[in-house]
Design a protein around this ligand. Structure first.
Ligand SMILES: NC(=O)C1=CN([C@@H]2O[C@H](COP(=O)(O)OP(=O)(O)OC[C@H]3O[C@@H](n4cnc5c(N)ncnc54)[C@H](OP(=O)(O)O)[C@@H]3O)[C@@H](O)[C@H]2O)C=CC1
Ligand SMILES: CC(=O)N[C@@H](CCC(=O)OP(=O)(O)O)C(=O)O
Length: 344
């Protein structure tokens, strides 16, 4: 497979490269840039010396059309300009940004403050939540790879909502992320002296992943809901931990919730339902495509606490994108992704 990455110099791009390097079906890798044409990749990123010595190429539709797969790992509003012209020219397209996730164009503009993607291209995009949408992903010309927070939230709550075990209309999600979630562009928020040793909340009740989570709950479970969802920054580089709270429905118990998750994910190698530990930890999935889920019921309140840990750059971005590519090409989902978490 000839594979191209637009946005290769970003954090998501670097993770795509790290996993694709070990992907046995890749024959060629092309790295595209909007700002550093002609620059040696390994000169810019010393950790790739003698591993990825490619030269960064200018983004060019003719070159892109010769490839089998094109990933865009670019800021919001970029892929929506690039992908529509590439649709049906040859390559399968996988976008890591939010540009093709929201089916309602007005919602996109409202939450992302950008112009929405072309309607026809949007209509052909398929939401790339690998464990839930494989049949559509298989035949999709354009994949909208899920956001990092929605990946953790949805994987952990969807089975329980679908099975009618928790009340999604009263769902509250409290999410925390490491700083790599904000990308490689330095800002006041990500300044070391202000980020280190601090723990902050941001985009209070205004995070762009709220409509994505609501849209997906409706898509995969037929339940319409308005969620409370908030995000926090933790002084670490990688990792997302989401904690969801919802009342139990009927006679649901902790055991029935665990059983439901185990059943749904029995044949999904990257989702681990944790039953032999009392915690999940972003360190245990770091650098890997694993998603760890722990569920507990508070007997006093009859509410479930559903916790999920992923690596935002892997299962929350590049790893899931490659998993989706594997599904599109009929390969085992684990191809190129079979790595042990870094942990320490
Ligand atoms: N970081 C994360 O954990 C996650 C990120 N995402 C989403 O994935 C996308 C990429 O994220 P991330 O890698 O963190 O972002 P980064 O900011 O780290 O990298 C984005 C890259 O896009 C390229 N770029 C910037 N402007 C343009 C442009 N106008 N045209 C083409 N390329 C451009 C830049 O490379 P160059 O200058 O070389 O062109 C840059 O390195 C974003 O939309 C983000 O929201 C999704 C899930 C998780
Ligand atoms: C820590 C941090 O800043 N994380 C980012 C996640 C970026 C992302 O996934 O946003 P898209 O919807 O554009 O893909 C954020 O909260 O906006």
């Amino acid at each position: 497979m000839k594979i191209g990455i637009i946005g290769a110099t970003g954090y998501g791009g670097l993770e795509l490269i790290r996993f694709l390097h070990n992907h046995k079906e890749m024959s060629e890798l092309h790295l595209f840039t909007s700002s550093e044409e002609g620059v040696s990749f390994s000169h810019k990123f010393g950790h790739l010396t003698h591993i990825v010595d490619h030269t960064l190429q200018k983004i060019d539709d003719e070159q892109l059309a010769k490839l089998d797969v094109v990933f865009t790992s670019t800021p919001a509003g970029v892929a929506s300009k690039i992908m529509p012209t590439l649709l049906h020219t040859g390559p399968k397209l996988i976008d890591l940004s939010g540009d093709f996730r929201l089916k309602d164009r007005q919602l996109y503009t409202q939450w992302y403050k950008k112009e929405a993607a072309d309607e026809k291209a949007l209509a052909q995009s398929v939401y790339g939540l690998s464990e839930w949408n494989a049949n559509k992903i298989k035949v999709a010309p354009l994949i909208a790879n899920p956001g990092c927070y929605p990946t953790a939230t949805l994987l952990s709550v969807l089975p329980l909502i679908k099975e009618g075990l928790i009340d999604a209309t009263q769902l509250i999600i409290d999410a925390k992320s490491g700083y790599s979630g904000a990308g490689n562009k330095p800002s006041q928020t990500t300044h070391f002296s202000e980020a280190n040793e601090g723990f902050s909340i941001y985009k209070v009740n205004e995070h762009q992943h709220i409509p994505e989570i609501e849209q997906s709950i409706a898509q995969f479970t037929d339940v319409t809901t308005t969620i409370t969802f908030n995000t926090h920054l933790v002084p670490m580089t990688r990792g997302i931990l989401t904690t969801a709270y919802a009342p139990l429905v009927g006679s649901a118990t902790e055991q029935s919730l665990v059983h439901c998750l185990q059943q749904v994910y029995a044949n999904h190698p990257f989702v681990r339902v944790i039953t032999d530990a009392t915690t999940v930890n972003t360190a245990r999935v770091k650098g890997s495509n694993y998603c760890d889920i722990l569920v507990r019921v508070d007997q006093r309140t009859n509410r479930a606490t559903i916790i999920c840990a992923i690596d935002n750059l892997v299962k929350g971005a590049a790893g899931q994108a490659i998993q989706n590519m594997n599904i599109q090409f009929g390969l085992p989902e684990t191809t190129g992704l079979d790595v042990v978490p870094l942990f320490i």
